[in-house]
Design a binder for this molecule. Structure first.
Ligand SMILES: Cc1cc2nc3c(=O)[nH]c(=O)nc-3n(C[C@H](O)[C@H](O)[C@H](O)COP(=O)(O)OP(=O)(O)OC[C@H]3O[C@@H](n4cnc5c(N)ncnc54)[C@H](O)[C@@H]3O)c2cc1C
Length: 441
């Protein structure tokens, strides 16, 4: 029996979850007593949802259970910045081949199309909108990041627009940035509302959803067993999609570093302020030209979202002191960009954990007979988790495709050195990066 030592917790005030239109809906039940299923999927993030959803299509007669430690939408999939990114882009400056970029782009678009169809068909109220995305720089030395991105977009024939000065300020409602590259096909949404809508639909389709049910031990064998407090689930096939908690399954080792990053969301801006400063502005989302820079959104429900600060955190739990530290950084970033909103407070500040690997590749593996792991990793998990989950279910069903081959070939994470080297390396890298970002944080 492999005991699980680290279990997800609620790291602060989860802004997207607490403002989701479908927040009151009850989804799932606690896993208690002795239960069985043909397939058990652990983790109801974008990866787990996609696995369960495709398994349901491929095996309509089999029973599928989706097990989640927290309430649905409270995991990292519901805490992120809400960008579903279409374009391939490596923040660490490594360059993909043209064929790799074309395949990643096709897979991202496939994920966007799948999610978009679900949002429309199920009427999921999650503020889904094709806002595009700005990648912007304030600091002159970070404009190099825009140049590199532009070179890739040009080389691969992707549509974009380079916008500067007053024209940019006219789009954003702030003159903080010098320059940006706008790409048109990125989606923005409330991620917790989307996760909740998707999981509620799976439950309606006959998937058994166990929410608020942390798995505390795994036992592997001809029949796999998951233990929760007061419950157990036996399943022939087990798939873990636990992201940064993946190594807790005891079968994946020395691959993943857990990295926290933090978000804050304001209350709804009062009508007078909105009319004065944003009346002609479309809701927008912006990432920084520097990999350690600040992500910003102005949402359709008239809030401002800020994300920054990276923290290597072995315990996988954030503290109130750390959230207060991040709140100060969020506040500084917010006031620098929107000094005219000084009277507006953040209503919510929270942390979420990314699973980071050394070579940016995710875990997409059969670990032993009838046991699989998917950990899409590295900060782009909405699209990547969605397409990888779909193709992991196809792998389980024995369906081959060029997409599956590509995903298997490009998801083999490197060895991650043990502590203390892992922590020293990760903290050092974060320190250097955050300093270099300058005013783009
Ligand atoms: C602040 C922030 C902003 C981000 N912004 C973006 C963005 O804009 N776009 C983007 O694409 N990505 C973004 N990311 C990254 C993205 O959120 C992740 O890549 C994505 O959530 C990964 O999805 P997943 O399904 O693999 O894992 P997760 O979403 O982490 O889901 C794993 C689930 O497993 C559950 N779990 C873990 N252990 C157990 C257990 N023992 N028992 C039961 N359940 C368990 C967890 O509770 C969790 O819900 C951001 C991340 C953060 C933190």
């Amino acid at each position: 029996m492999k005991k699980v030592k680290k279990i997800p917790q609620i790291d602060g005030e989860l802004g997207w979850y607490l403002t989701a239109a479908n927040r009151e809906q009850k989804i799932g039940k606690r896993l208690k007593g002795k239960q069985t299923a043909d397939f058990a999927v652990v983790g109801a993030g974008f990866a787990g949802i996609a696995v369960a959803s495709r398994l349901k299509e491929l095996f309509p007669e089999k029973s599928i259970a989706l097990v989640e430690a927290l309430d649905i939408g409270q995991g990292t999939s519901g805490r992120n910045a809400g960008f579903v990114i279409d374009l391939p882009h490596n923040v660490d400056k490594t360059e993909n081949s043209a064929a790799e970029d074309a395949q990643i782009y096709a897979l991202n678009c496939f994920a966007i199309q799948k999610l978009s169809q679900q949002v429309e068909k199920l009427h999921i109220d999650c503020n889904w909108h094709k806002a595009g995305k700005y990648m912007a720089a304030r600091e002159s030395h970070n404009i190099a990041g825009l140049d590199e991105f532009e070179a890739m977009l040009k080389k691969r024939n992707f549509a974009y627009e380079r916008i500067k000065g007053d024209a940019l300020a006219g789009k954003l409602g702030t003159n903080y940035y010098q320059e940006a590259i706008f790409t048109p096909d990125n989606i923005l949404m409330n991620p917790a509302a989307l996760v909740r809508g998707l999981v509620a639909a799976l439950e309606n389709d006959g998937v058994t959803v166990y929410s608020n049910s942390p798995v505390i031990a795994f036992n592997y064998g001809a029949e796999n067993m998951l233990q929760t407090v007061g419950g157990e689930l036996r399943a022939k096939t087990l798939i873990t999609t636990m992201s940064s908690f993946t190594e807790e399954n005891g079968l994946v080792k020395s691959k993943i570093a857990p990295l926290f990053t933090y978000g804050s969301l304001t209350g709804v801006l009062p009508d007078a302020l909105w009319q004065e400063y944003f009346a002609d502005i479309e809701p927008w989302g912006l990432t920084s030209a520097h990999p350690a820079g600040t992500t910003v959104r102005v949402t359709p429900d008239r809030r401002v979202f800020i994300r920054n600060i990276l923290e290597y955190n072995r315990q996988q739990k954030s503290t109130a002191a750390m959230r207060q530290y991040c709140w100060r950084h969020h506040r500084a970033a917010f006031l620098a960009r929107f000094p005219f909103l000084a009277e507006i407070d953040f209503e919510y500040t929270w942390g979420g954990i990314l699973a980071v690997t050394r070579n940016r590749q995710g875990v997409f593996s059969k670990l032993r007979d009838n046991v699989y792991a998917l950990c899409a990793c590295n900060g782009v998990g909405v699209a990547k988790g969605t397409y990888s989950g779909y193709y992991l279910a196809e792998k389980i069903a024995g369906i081959n495709s060029k997409e599956l081959e590509f995903i298997e070939k490009t998801n083999n994470p490197n060895f991650m050195p043990p502590e203390p080297f892992r922590g020293i390396g990760a903290r050092g890298q974060i320190y250097i990066n955050q300093r270099a970002a300058g005013l783009d944080i």
